[in-house]
Design a protein around this ligand. Structure first.
Ligand SMILES: [Zn+2]
Length: 421
């Protein structure tokens, strides 16, 4: 008699692949998967729709208000000042632990699964987005900035994932995932997080030949992983979860909100860290000490009249997005214009400058509440889920409970709930 096949899950994230780009022309493999398996038809990003927050939300099954990673950049209070940090830096989880005493506020899938087969993740996005899948080393994480084993042991030599941060790096990452991970019986969940098409669209226009090529290559990598899974079908009963974290919108213009606050009467407050702006691309988080919140509040009507403002969210409206934080006062989603780019893609947004890189006007970005950036895709491949569409509203926080439920583990402490066919 054959041994029973072992249940496990594999999650592939194609970063920045908005659902509207899946088609038999651009992504034939993904289009066929959607047609032949179970697709979440009303699937949504979390807010802000940025990669590091998405990674933490997928890993925990909770919204950022609960897991605590508030943005791709976020402010921490240090010596009484609001200091904005780049959460993509390899060092940020250590910074977060040093300043706040912990990393994420709730357990990750890696922690849930540690006693039940374990987790292994291969990621080619930013170090922060890779490490927040498992910030406290319950499983294995391989990333070009540093690979870590269970307990945090540094993996070197062949055990490290030394790849480039580009399309070639995605190809190399997927190849290693197929060779080393898919045939292995050392995990209950394996995650493959590809940097494209997101990485390409940050530097090239939506719909451009470079974007379409990144879609085609990514689609081909998905095919390779599926082939590798099928080759192990007699040994493993694999749930394949495949999706993205957010989509992209075109950047038409940019604004420096910190400068605007300084020019509108809050120069001292910005300079001495009582007010801080954390860019999220097409949105921004506005942090303020309690004592200066009335002054910030008085500026909001003037801010709302600015052409770059789409929506300002405070209080219950902000909390309703799933985002809250002790020092976080407001979020600003930038406005959208119905302009068309050279490749026929409609919609341009304002980018919130972070004072570091030069804004890539005409290229893609994300982070806000816009129609394209908030619509990632999600497909579940397993006989349990069958073929068809899930019509209920789903989001990134439903992925962890779906995986835990498939593996027979409890899901009652999460914001999300299992997706059922
Ligand atoms: Zn992303």
């Amino acid at each position: 008699m054959n041994a029973p096949r072992r249940r496990r899950a594999i999650l592939i994230v194609c970063d920045g692949l908005g659902t509207e780009w899946i088609s038999p022309v651009h992504t034939p493999i993904l289009a066929a998967l959607q047609a032949n398996h179970c697709t979440a038809a009303d699937h949504h990003a979390v807010f802000p729709s940025v990669t590091r927050v998405s990674a933490a939300s997928i890993a925990t099954g909770c919204y950022p208000g609960r897991h605590g990673l508030e943005g791709n950049q976020m402010a921490l209070v240090e010596a009484g000042r609001l200091v904005v940090h780049n959460a993509g830096a390899a060092s940020f989880r250590d910074t977060m632990r040093r300043v706040t005493g912990k990393t994420l506020h709730v357990p990750t899938l890696a922690e849930w699964l540690a006693p039940h087969g374990g987790q292994i993740a291969y990621s080619n996005v930013s170090a922060g987005a890779a490490y927040f899948l498992d910030p406290d080393h319950f499983g294995i994480v391989r990333h070009r900035s540093g690979s870590f084993g269970v307990g945090g042991a540094l993996l070197t030599g062949d055990a490290h994932l030394a790849v480039s941060h580009d399309l070639d790096g995605d190809i190399a990452t997927a190849r290693r995932f197929c060779d080393e991970v898919v045939p292995s019986s050392d995990f209950a969940l394996a995650v493959l997080w590809l940097a494209n098409p997101d990485l390409t669209t940050h530097y090239d226009p939506l719909g451009s030949p470079a974007h379409l090529n990144a879609l085609q290559v990514t689609d081909g990598l998905v095919a390779k992983v599926i082939e590798a899974i099928q080759a192990e079908e007699d040994r493993f009963d694999t749930l394949l979860v495949i999706g993205s974290d957010h989509g992209h919108e075109t950047i038409g213009r940019s604004i420096h909100i910190g400068r605007w606050l300084s020019d509108n009467g809050l120069a001292d407050e910005v300079a001495d860290g009582r007010v801080a702006v954390a860019s999220q691309g097409t949105s921004a988080l506005l942090y303020a000490h309690e004592a200066v919140r009335p002054a910030v509040e008085r500026l909001l009507p003037a801010m709302r009249r600015e052409p770059w403002v789409g929506e300002t969210l405070t209080g219950a409206d902000l909390a309703a997005t799933g985002l809250s934080g002790a020092s976080l006062f407001a979020a600003i989603d930038t406005s959208r214009r119905a302009e068309t780019n050279a490749y026929g893609v409609v919609g341009t947004r304002w980018l919130v400058e972070d004072g570091e890189g030069k804004p890539a006007i005409g290229c893609g970005h994300h982070g806000g509440l816009g129609p394209s950036e908030t619509r990632p895709f999600l497909t579940l491949v397993h006989p349990t889920f069958g073929q068809g569409r899930i019509e209920r509203r789903t989001s990134l926080v439903d992925i962890a409970p779906t995986i835990l439920d498939f593996l027979g583990l409890p899901v009652d402490q999460l914001d999300g709930s299992p997706i059922a066919a």
